[in-house]
Structure formats: C-alpha cells, structure tokens
Design a binder for this molecule. Structure first.
Ligand SMILES: [Zn+2]
Ligand SMILES: [Zn+2]
Length: 453
C-alpha cells in the first residue's frame, strides 16, 4: 500500500500506509504534528489534548518574538497557561551554544511542566537539549521551513566553539502555521529546499549500500522521501511565491523526511555525503572563529557538487579495474590515520575514527565490495538513472536565488576541495563515494577539486 498524507479536522498530520515488510523495525510516530493556515490559536487545545500542564517556559529570540513569540505568549496566557518568557537577545543571530542553552536552563523553574520553542533550527535544538536534561516535554512552534530538524532526535550544538551533537527528544507537539512560516525570509525558504534536495543523494547511497553490503533498505521510508522531494520540485514557483500551498508543500517535505528518522530510528533516508560536506564546512568555519554557515544552503551546494559523480559512475566500466594495482595502492592504517588528521584535524579525525571502527577495510573486504559492484553494476546504474536530471536540481535552487557555489557562501576553494575528498570518511554508512574510493576511482573523479595535503 502506498504511503499517503492526510490531515484530520484539527490539521493534525496523519501518515497512513506505513505497512512495510522490510527487515527494519518500524515505529509509528506518536508526535502530534499540525500543519495549516492560521492554526496558532489552536495551540492551547493541542497542549491540553496531550495533557502537558499549565506551566511552561517559552523560548524565542528577538526575530521569532516578533514573528510568533509574542503572539504565542498571549494565546497561551489567555488560555490560562502560566508562561515564563525566555527571550534570548543577541546582537546578531542566535547560536545554539552553551550561553543560549544556559539561558533556557536558568529560566526553567521547579514548577515548569513543558518548554515551548518558538523558532527554527537553533531555538529548537537549544530547547531539545534542555528537554533531554530536564526530562520535560517540549512543544515546537515552527517559524521557518528552513531545515528538517523539527522532528529530529539529535541536537547539533556549539560548545566552546566546536560543533557537537547531543541526543534529545522529538517535540511532542509540532505546530507549523503556514501563515507564520510564509513570513520567513527568502533565503530561509531556499535553505529548506536545499536540505530536501539532498535526500535524492541520501536515497541513492542507501540503495547502493543495500546492493554492496546487503544493508536493509526500507522502501516505505524511501518512498516518503521521494514523494516529498518530487512534490517540492514540481511546485517550486508556489514555494518561491510563498503561497499557502507552496509553504505547506515545503514544510511537509521537511517534516516527512524527518519522520522517517522516527519511523526507522536512523537518518539513512535523509543524510549522506552531501550532509557530510555541510558538516565539514561548519567545523572549518567555526574553527576560523566564523559563524557556522546555513545548513540547508550548504546541503544544497553539497548536493550539486556530488551529483555529477553519480551521473558519471552510471557510465563507468568496472571491468577494467586492475585488482593488483588496487591492492598495492591501498592506504595502510598509518597512512589512513594521517589522512584523517590532515583533513578533519587531529581531534575531529580521532573522534570520527573511534566512532567508526569498521571504516578501515581489510583487502579481502575491499575486494569483495568491488567484485560485488562489478557483478551487480546494472542495479547500481538503475539507482543512479532513477535520479532526476541534474538541471532540475540546479534550476530549482536558481529559481529560489539560493547560493550556488561554496564561494557564494564564503567557503574557500581549499576547504571546499578538502571537504569533497574526505566526505566519505565521516561515517561508516555506505556511499557512492566510498565505492569510488574502494574501486580506486575517487581521485580521478575529483580531479576538479585539487588538494595539496
Ligand atoms: Zn539536513
Ligand atoms: Zn520498511
């Protein structure tokens, strides 16, 4: 049965057709997710339906205060809910760092029963980690369709100037009022689209992982993401014009992609090598004392950088692989450690290697994978040929005036080039880039991105 999305009379999103006979364990998400025009006044009703209580801390920054925070405060107060306002003031934009997290923590009182996050990525993640530490449930009032993290269970944060990740709960209630979201600046809309476009790559890599390593691929989650991203491409003009329909399609795409994480418990359907590139840029910029670049913008550009490698691989001739040469050109363990240090930096490189111990392959395993790719190459070709034409991705981002290159985002050529070479090394998760490396083809494929390490 095909997955379908519908809404009940209260604008609560209902996903049906989740039955699936793949070997993944599936969970039906029990969060209440509401999407609709002018639904913010219903928030007290949503909260009482879940029995969250009468005492909350409402978190916003000066932008989201104007857009929705002030009004949310009034709506909740009028409904008899006691609100402690935690308005995080910064000269520029807010970062999800120890200072922001601390401000929320110190606003929480013994009687606080839940947290309300009014914002997008940074505020939601700041609240998520507080919800995790205090055990309080939290509610998200989304203000921009700019990233897919509303339904996430991981908070990317900044601690002592470094990017870290902390586990945290998904909000119990997510309220996406499309009227509020339509006030988000154009660049945030474009960023949300960039984040969704990356899902094409994530899906292709997941399928390649299933071909090479017998990884379990969930067709239901794959379909959820594909449908969402196709709908988005087909309606880019509506999205650009920020019509209710366009905003609804975009936020639905972001929420549905995020929901696959709740369904199967991992991020395979939503993040791959394009996200690793974005992550590398975050770390490089932070280490230079700059702000982390906008996530969705980085993902959109990362997607455009890796896409041509997929297209090219579909026409590859794997029969010409010289196994003797491949074996003698392998990096030994020492060389690999050195490579990880010189690309990701010593500290990050060591952490990545510790977290992904299976990433240094024996020759036997490398040979097995390459032979598998040779045997089942038509299946890999089919995966790649399922991708829409590259021009569609590029034109979608162009239409939205998104930044199109790393340079547009202030990322140096050096950082860009290193990031595409080492994106394969960020986690064990299988990717085309890992396969290219194992086949001895990666350097040649990346010759437009010279590095000097
Ligand atoms: Zn993302
Ligand atoms: Zn499944």
């Amino acid at each position: 049965m095909a997955v379908s999305v519908s809404y009940d009379e209260n604008h609560r999103l209902i996903l049906s057709g989740l039955e699936c006979d793949c070997a993944c364990e599936h969970r039906v998400p029990d969060q209440d997710i509401y999407v609709g025009e002018d639904i913010l006044p219903n928030l007290p009703k949503y909260i009482s339906k879940r029995g969250l209580g009468k005492n909350c801390v409402l978190v916003c920054d000066k932008n989201t205060f104007k857009v929705a925070g002030e009004r949310t405060n009034r709506i909740l107060t009028d409904a008899g809910i006691n609100v402690i306002m935690c308005l995080i003031k910064r000269d520029g934009d807010l970062d999800p760092d120890e200072r922001s997290v601390g401000e929320v923590l110190l606003s929480i009182q013994p009687e606080t029963e839940f947290i309300v996050a009014v914002g997008s990525g940074s505020i939601t993640d700041t609240c998520r980690v507080n919800a995790a530490r205090t055990g309080l449930p939290f509610v998200s009032v989304g203000t921009a369709p700019s990233m897919d993290g509303y339904t996430s269970a991981v908070a990317p944060l900044i601690f002592k100037g470094l990017k870290i990740h902390r586990q945290g709960p998904c909000p119990e209630i997510i309220c996406c009022d499309t009227k509020i979201m339509a006030t988000a600046p154009d660049w945030m809309i474009a960023a949300g689209v960039g984040d969704v476009l990356g899902k094409f790559i994530a899906k292709a890599d997941w399928k390649i992982g299933s071909i090479i390593n017998d990884e379990v691929y969930c067709p239901t989650c794959g379909q959820i993401v594909t449908d969402a991203v196709n709908r988005l491409i087909d309606n880019v003009q509506e999205i650009k014009a920020k019509t209710p329909k366009g905003i609804q399609i975009l936020i639905e795409g972001l929420l549905l992609a995020g929901m696959t994480v709740l369904i199967i418990g991992h991020t395979r359907a939503v993040a791959s090598v394009e996200h690793n590139i974005a992550h590398f840029w975050d770390m490089s910029e932070l280490s230079l004392g700059h702000r982390a670049p906008c996530h969705g913008e980085s993902v959109g550009i990362g997607t455009m950088m890796v896409w041509p490698m997929f297209v090219r691989f579909a026409d590859e001739d794997l029969s010409k692989i010289d196994f003797g040469k491949l074996k003698s050109n392998r990096m030994n363990r020492e060389q690999r450690v050195q490579w990880m240090h010189s690309t990701w930096g010593k500290e990050n490189g060591d952490t990545i290697m510790m977290e992904n111990p299976g990433d240094f392959l024996t020759w036997e395993e490398q040979e097995r994978r390459v032979r598998r790719a040779q045997q089942r190459f038509p299946e890999i070709q089919a995966v790649i040929r399922e991708l829409p034409p590259f021009e569609k991705i590029r034109d979608t981002l162009l239409t939205l005036n998104a930044p199109m290159t790393a340079a547009d985002m202030g990322i140096s050529d050096e950082v860009r080039n290193i990031s595409i070479h080492c994106a394969k090394d960020y986690r064990t998760r299988y990717t085309l880039f890992k396969l290219l490396d194992e086949c001895g083809l990666l350097k040649e494929y990346l010759s437009d991105y010279p590095i000097d390490l």
